[in-house]
Design a binder for this molecule. Structure first.
Ligand code: SF4
Ligand code: FE2
Length: 627
């Protein structure tokens, strides 16, 4: 067993960029150079353009904008707007899933694949389930969930899943999220010219909007995706560009919403479609994925992962991609012009993400089957347009076992200890491992890639160090894909662990880095820590658990960071969220919020140091509770 190194991945990328140069393609590596150095005002968060008296920039000579707002107010407003963008995005994804659930039909494209989970959630929400048709229940629950976005009174239903202590903290700090859309709208109201400029108020609302995401919209996304498409269970797959097959029609799904990718996978597997691919001269059809939509179909169907965020151009550069089919979020507009340098069809499908130089095949729940079929056929027909001399697929892939939803995790860990009957189905076996010191703690590794950090390097190097120190890693999003590409989700990676974690991996038959899903699935991690707290009688903030996004880049990531911190988990960032221009904002985020939610941020751009700080924090937490 050997890990794939970042150097090897970079060599493969360089080889692909040579193909790109041959056909005159642009690439993010080139655009980063063109954009460097970045605007200093933007970097520090001290540029304001929210009214037409500006734009105003803060300098020693001009310490206030025309309205009189200082650097702290400007940085604070920018931070809250950034959060609101992320919360809106995840939550709207969740809303789409609720609409898909509302359209579920035993004779239609979308079915209820996990009725037990639906009934469990219905009972949690106090909905009568006895004697009810499962589809009637699905529609009733979908409508109730959609109401969470705009209800005039009350707070999010999912909050009840948190330990009582956490709920009290939220209540006392006045950050319990109300209707999801209301928190986004209130954020935009607060950041309008002439509203809030007090960092404390802006940070408080940032936490609240984040919670509306993680304990609202994202949780809807995760839970109802499981109801519709099945709750993930451990499943074997493969990762990295080598999963593409030169002899097959290659369809790459990219984006976030599984409603589209599920249907594409369904049709790509259809004998009629495979025969169609063969009639076009291919041997078959290979679907692989990029970004979170890839995580979704990998976790539920074992569909291989071609790569993560900064690898999206690479799949086209292989010259072997018949179609890259996208839904929403994290899609480079660059794919339009890039696909024109090859035979690749760049297929956009959502009114939310429309781009120049793409073929727009509008996808919606009503016409899902027909559109998915059209997409697969379009890809097959494009096979004959391939230019063989441009085809180069790096021979690089690793095995991965993915699909560790909370339900699956609890189940596999039951095997770790000779646990008595009364602890099965709980997190107690995991707690036993942690309290005995066999596992020192856990790190939730999440988030994107960002050219500011050597891509994947931070994810992979930190994970290697953590598992060597007997710290188990749960991962999601592009971080999970970095791990899978490197081989850290291969069960053989247990050999890289310390003796304690290695033993746990052997007993439970798991890899040391556990794939918990897509970015909305960070809500799974919130439920996991809540269960750990309840089962141990500790506060979430006392658990030897931290969160980390070393290479993050999107607004969504800041929204996530806010709800992870607000849930009581110290969060470590490798990229500064444009707040360095305000000492007050820095103080609130890295310290002040601790008084409200018992956790805070640490920002450190030196990745080695960041990792050491996390290990230190985990050990401090262990000492504090005497384990
Ligand atoms: Fe300038 Fe104030 Fe307008 Fe911002 S809100 S652009 S700081 S005048
Ligand atoms: Fe994502």
């Amino acid at each position: 067993f050997k890990l794939t190194t970042v150097e090897e991945m970079e060599a493969a990328t360089n080889r692909l960029l040579e193909t790109g140069a041959k056909v005159g393609a642009d690439a993010w590596q080139i655009r980063v150079k063109n954009q460097t150095p970045h605007c200093k005002f933007g970097e520090q968060g001290i540029c304001c353009r929210i009214c037409a008296m500006g734009p105003c920039r803060i300098t020693p000579k001009a310490p206030r904008g025309i309205c009189g707002c200082d650097a702290h107010g400007i940085v604070g407003r920018n931070y809250l707007k950034f959060t609101a963008g992320g919360a809106a995005t995840h939550s709207d994804h969740g809303r789409e899933i609720c609409h898909t659930l509302y359209a579920a039909d035993p004779n239609g494209a979308y079915k209820v694949k996990d009725p037990e989970k639906l009934i469990r959630i219905a009972k949690e929400w106090g909905v009568e389930t006895e004697g009810k048709d499962i589809y009637d229940l699905a529609h009733e629950m979908a409508e109730l969930a959609l109401m969470e976005y705009g209800k005039p009174f009350g707070v999010q239903r999912w909050l009840k899943r948190a330990p009582e202590h956490t709920q009290k903290l939220w209540h006392d700090a006045e950050i319990e999220p109300r209707a999801i859309d209301r928190e986004v709208a209130a954020s935009l109201h607060m950041t309008h010219m002439g509203c809030s400029s007090k960092p404390e108020a802006l940070v408080r609302q940032s936490l609240r909007a984040g919670l509306a995401d993680g304990w609202g919209g994202s949780m809807c996304g995760t839970e109802f995706s499981d109801v519709l498409f099945g709750t993930p269970k451990p499943i074997d797959t493969e990762a990295n560009l080598g999963v593409m097959n030169a002899e097959n029609v290659n369809i790459v799904v990219h984006g976030h919403d599984p409603s589209l990718s599920e249907m594409v996978c369904e049709y790509a597997d259809d004998p009629e479609m495979i025969a169609y691919a063969k009639s076009m001269g291919a041997k078959g059809i290979t679907v692989s994925g990029v970004c979170c939509t890839s995580n979704e179909v990998a976790m539920r169907r074992g569909i291989p992962m071609a790569g993560n965020f900064l690898q999206q151009e690479n799949v086209v550069l292989t010259g072997a991609c018949e179609a890259i089919v996208v839904d929403v979020q994290c899609i480079f507009p660059a794919l339009g012009p890039l696909s024109k340098c090859f035979h690749t069809k760049f297929i956009t499908t959502s009114p939310i993400a429309q781009m120049p130089d793409s073929d727009y095949i509008r996808f919606d729940v009503g016409t899902a089957a027909e559109k998915a079929k059209q997409i697969v056929m379009t890809a097959c027909e494009n096979f004959k347009n391939r230019k063989p001399d441009l085809v180069y697929i790096p021979d690089m892939k690793q095995k991965a076992t993915v699909g560790y939803s909370l339900e699956a995790l609890v189940k596999v860990l039951d095997g770790v200890t000779n646990s008595q009957v009364d602890v099965t189905g709980t997190t107690k076996p995991l707690l036993e491992c942690v309290t005995s010191g066999v596992i020192r703690g856990a790190v939730a590794m999440v988030g994107c890639n960002n050219p500011k950090i050597r891509p994947d390097y931070a994810h992979i190097e930190m994970m290697k160090k953590l598992i060597a120190n007997d710290i188990v890693v749960v991962a999601s999003g592009c971080s999970a894909q970095a791990a899978a590409k490197a081989g850290l989700m291969d069960k053989s990676a247990k050999d890289l662990c310390g003796a304690g974690l290695k033993r746990v991996c052997e007993l439970a038959d798991i890899p040391p880095v556990l794939h918990m899903g897509s970015c909305v699935d960070i809500s799974r991690m919130m439920i996991l820590v809540s269960e750990l707290a309840k089962d141990s009688g500790l506060k979430i903030s006392q658990l030897p658990v931290v969160g980390c996004a070393p290479e993050w880049m999107s607004e969504k990531a800041v929204s996530i960071g806010n709800y992870v911190v607000a849930t009581g988990i110290d969060t470590f960032l490798g990229v500064d969220p444009y707040v360095s221009g305000s000492s007050e904002m820095g103080e609130w985020l890295t310290n002040g919020v601790r008084d409200w939610v018992e956790a805070a941020y640490t920002v450190e751009t030196d990745i080695d140091k960041l990792c050491d700080l996390m290990i230190e924090r985990i050990e401090e937490k262990r000492t504090a509770i005497g384990i």
